[in-house]
Design a protein around this ligand. Structure first.
Ligand SMILES: C[S@@+](CC[C@H](N)C(=O)[O-])C[C@H]1O[C@@H](n2cnc3c(N)ncnc32)[C@H](O)[C@@H]1O
Length: 318
């Protein structure tokens, strides 16, 4: 009997525990349909799944992800290898391993549903998967998300922190628009609309993300207020009352001057996706763009910042 065609590949990455958050985010960002964290554990290619759990306190973790076996698979795995090589330089003493194989047991692809639980933001917004049918309190808006292959279910700290800051800073006026750079599943745009933003424009360099974001807009009846396009900040025109960007330090620093020019004089920028040890580098970039931090949130080792024009704050008590 011939084996069924391979439609997915799974990847296991053994990393030092301190690096598991960032590598998990990178796997999501690369398009892994789910990322399962085994912690502490080591990679064991001859087992099923390929992981041996270790006693608590051991310093190794294994991340398990899956990628569609399409034309993007090879470039994705190359990007993963390059990224891991860069990371190894920072954690030289710990062993890193990468193991990939065709996936024939599809059960794993639905197991991740267990990880997508509803989350509440500031008692104002519930984000939940389509299969959650619990009643939502009257005072809360509800965003239903089908994550597909795009990053952004609210289960990652960077998304939760950005949503929390949006809940605090989306202005209570019927005017204004939001720019969402790196929209992923559309979660920040759609969440902001439900929190009172009149309209949102989301961009992402990944075509798959734009498809998923549009589907999520339809799923929530928000398609007339949300537009999603493939690309980056260059797609944006005019100025925005709120700019949200949950990406990584490098792109955030590179686009800071451009984003500043697109921020309304009294607008607010919500920046997420950086680890606490990277904050100094981001603050330096903010300073050179005449932007200043008005609030900072931290969860695990991730930080998110609410930022305004320095000129908007001169003379104020902030
Ligand atoms: C960490 S995910 C965030 C997704 C979602 N906004 C959230 O908060 O959960 C980052 C997203 O940014 C996209 N991205 C990365 N670099 C980008 C860039 N330079 N311009 C636009 N999008 C980018 C990735 O494709 C990915 O979908």
């Amino acid at each position: 009997m011939t084996a069924p065609p391979v439609e997915w590949w799974e990847c296991y990455v053994q990393v030092p525990i301190q690096a598991s958050d960032r590598v998990s985010a990178f796997l999501h960002d690369l398009g892994s349909t789910a990322v399962i964290l085994h912690e502490p554990a080591i990679l064991s290619p001859h087992q099923e799944p390929c992981v041996t759990p270790l006693p608590s306190g051991e310093p190794q973790a294994v991340l398990q992800g899956a990628f569609a076996a399409d034309t993007e698979l090879s470039p994705r795995l190359t990007r993963l290898q390059v990224y891991l090589r860069e990371q190894v330089a920072e954690f030289a003493s710990a062993p890193w391993h990468l193991y990939c194989r065709p996936l024939r047991d599809y059960a794993y692809l639905t197991q991740w549903r267990d990880f997508f639980q509803p989350i509440d933001i500031e008692n104002r917004l519930r984000v939940r998967p389509p299969w959650d049918t619990e009643p939502v309190p009257n005072a809360m808006a509800c965003l239903t998300l089908e994550p597909g292959m795009a990053f952004g279910t609210g289960t990652h700290p960077t998304t939760r922190l950005a949503l929390t800051l949006l809940a605090r800073y989306v202005p209570p006026t019927p005017r204004g628009r939001l720019l969402d750079v790196g929209c992923g599943s559309g979660i920040l745009s759609l969440g902001a609309l439900l929190l009172g933003m009149p309209s949102a424009f989301g961009v992402d360099i990944e075509a798959e993300a734009v498809t998923v974001a549009r589907q999520n807009a339809e799923l929530n009846g928000l398609q007339h207020r949300a537009e999603f396009q493939q690309g980056s900040w260059e797609m944006a025109d005019g100025v925005y009352t709120v700019i949200a960007a949950n990406i990584y330090l490098g792109p955030l620093v590179n686009m800071m001057h451009a984003l500043r020019q697109r921020l309304y004089p009294h607008g607010v920028m919500i920046l997420s996706g950086i680890m606490t040890f990277q904050e100094t580098a981001l603050r330096t970039a903010l300073d050179t763009a005449y932007l200043t931090v008005v609030e900072q949130l931290v969860e695990d080792n991730w930080a998110a910042l609410a930022v305004k024009h320095q000129s908007a704050l001169s003379g104020s008590s902030l």
